[in-house]
Design a protein around this ligand. Sequence first.
Ligand code: HEC
Length: 201
Amino acid sequence: MSEKKHGEAAISPFWDKAITAIWIAFLAVLIVNLIGNVVFHGALLPGEEAGEHEKAEVKFGYPIEVVEEAGAAAAGPAQRVSAVPMIAAATVAAGTEVFRKCAACHTSEAGGANKTGPNLHNIVGDAIGDRNGFKTTDSLKAIASGKWDYATLEDYLEDPKRLAPKGSMSFAGLKKPEDRAAVIKYLMSVTENPPPLPAGE
Ligand code: HEC
């Protein structure tokens, strides 16, 4: 018995190295994996809730971008206010061009017909859904401001479903702030007494 043990001990320098090498390889894989998880899949960071993280991962796979996204959403209304100078600077000509996207569904002249969407004459500053016989959805009527002030108008035109999730305007929205500013300038031009632009920041 003791002889056999002796024999085992004799091959140990080789096994020693082999086992050490396997351990190093194993640890290396473990570390790479750990870093990979944190960087690419976003392992839970301290203070992060599991549910929150799940959502973030599906959408962006990258927690840092989620933070930016949340910041952008929170900055929304503030951006609206600072967009006012853009509306002031926009030209009616540029707005007429943008309004071509709306004209499939909307007329804008006084007494113009309702099409898929209501006539938009005198819309700026007007009550929401007060559109000469057009059947406005309850979702649109539920918009908190109750009227088309500049901030509400810009918010709606950026993403109609955000303010009126069950509204009937099937339009993706104007993603460029300069397009929204221009079309609002155009809507002002077809409104007899548009309210003054609020003071910007
Ligand atoms: C595919 C058709 C369609 C397009 C394109 C479209 N709209 Fe609309 N729009 C509608 C419909 C339908 C409604 C009624 C929404 C409701 O009642 O929920 C509406 C409602 C509105 C309202 C609210 C009017 C009210 O009742 O108070 C405004 C303002 C408006 N649209 C502006 C625009 C502008 C500006 C564009 C172009 C940038 C545009 N729309 C593009 C169909 C459209």
